[in-house]
Write a protein that binds this ligand. Structure first.
Ligand SMILES: NC(=O)c1ccc[n+]([C@@H]2O[C@H](COP(=O)([O-])OP(=O)(O)OC[C@H]3O[C@@H](n4cnc5c(N)ncnc54)[C@H](OP(=O)(O)O)[C@@H]3O)[C@@H](O)[C@H]2O)c1
Length: 297
């Protein structure tokens, strides 16, 4: 049975991966206490102790605005650590699966991004994730770099939980209508990842960068409206919700990190090579909210 080393076990995606990877092997799930990604020695020591046959890296510094004030730590975790994981994985002959982001793009392109389009990150987080991708490529072992988008789950800080909370606290909520992306439920992402990993020979034969996020795209404003509309319907509580109002990014208080405007990605490559396609963002949102309302873990 393959030993699968999974990092970031306390994160949105890592948490879900513990369950979805279980049928594929013996999952050794690590948190910061076992493997500190800011410390290269800790990464090397743990990789050499566990000797995995497959590595899935779901750890990362993900707080986009906070990243602006600590670029050195962000670089260690998002840029240096993936490179060390890749070197160690290569020594063991283990494929490395790594999550990256559509924040590697500047969002200025009007047609959907292909994986081959030139990246141009606008903020520290995006630059660090791009450097992490390049470090993995430089190690030249077998790898999949999965660029995902707007992840949410029942744990952690994310847009969906923030809207659900604020929409009960305030009479109106202003949400930007000029930023677009593909909101992805961590559970659907973990399940799609497990689908990719069912055939490790195919993974070895098709190393590279792939977009992997919900089908379709939406604006933050339309997404927030959908969160409230679906939650009203699912919970049966139709009163006491904020009205969601559109605002432009320019009309919104400035945040420390610049955001890309239009993150519309073409996901046909992961479908063509691996036969994997994530459900549409609205179907994922409905499943997530149904689960949340039912109080499922
Ligand atoms: N969230 C999004 O919207 C989004 C979008 C696109 C791509 N991604 C990418 O998808 C991946 C997973 O994201 P996520 O949303 O699941 O992130 P998350 O919920 O913030 O989880 C991040 C994980 O990384 C761990 N971590 C952070 N610093 C660490 C360190 N120095 N050493 C060891 N572990 C450390 C955290 O551990 P602690 O619990 O101890 O902090 C946590 O388990 C990341 O690579 C992220 O860049 C996320």
């Amino acid at each position: 049975m393959t030993t699968i080393l999974l990092t970031g076990k306390t994160g949105q995606v890592g948490w879900e991966l513990q369950r979805s990877l279980a049928p594929l092997g013996n999952v050794v799930a690590l948190g910061r206490a076992e493997m500190d990604h800011a410390n290269p020695d800790s990464i090397r020591a743990e990789m050499r102790r566990v000797k995995p046959g497959l590595v899935v890296n779901a750890a990362g510094f993900t707080t986009v605005d906070k990243a602006e004030s600590d670029p050195e730590l962000v670089a260690r975790v998002n840029a240096v650590a993936p490179g060390i994981l890749a070197e160690e994985a290569k020594r063991l002959g283990a494929p490395l699966i790594h999550y990256s982001t559509d924040y590697v793009y500047d969002g200025a392109q009007d047609r959907p991004y292909l994986e081959s389009d030139a990246p141009n990150p606008l903020n520290t987080y995006g630059r660090s994730k791009l450097a992490g991708e390049r470090a993995i490529q430089a190690a030249a072992g077998s790898h999949l770099i999965l660029r995902t988008s707007w992840v949410y789950s029942a744990r952690g800080n994310n847009f969906v939980l923030a809207i659900l909370r604020l929409a009960r606290e305030k009479p109106t909520l202003a949400v930007v209508n000029d930023q677009f992306g593909s909101p992805s439920w961590a559970r659907a992402l973990a399940s799609a990842t497990a689908g990719l990993l069912r055939d490790l020979e195919r993974v070895r034969a098709h190393s590279g960068i792939y977009h992997l996020s919900a089908a379709g795209h939406t604006s933050r404003f339309e997404f927030a409206q959908s969160i409230v509309r679906l939650m009203k319907e699912i919970s049966g509580q139709s009163a006491g919700w904020a009205e969601i109002k559109p605002v432009t990014t320019a009309g919104y208080p400035a945040l420390p990190a610049r955001r890309p405007r239009r993150l519309v990605t073409d996901k046909s490559s992961v479908k063509r090579v691996f036969g994997i396609e994530m459900p549409g963002w609205e179907a994922q949102l409905r499943s997530f909210l149904t689960d949340l309302a039912a109080g499922s873990p």
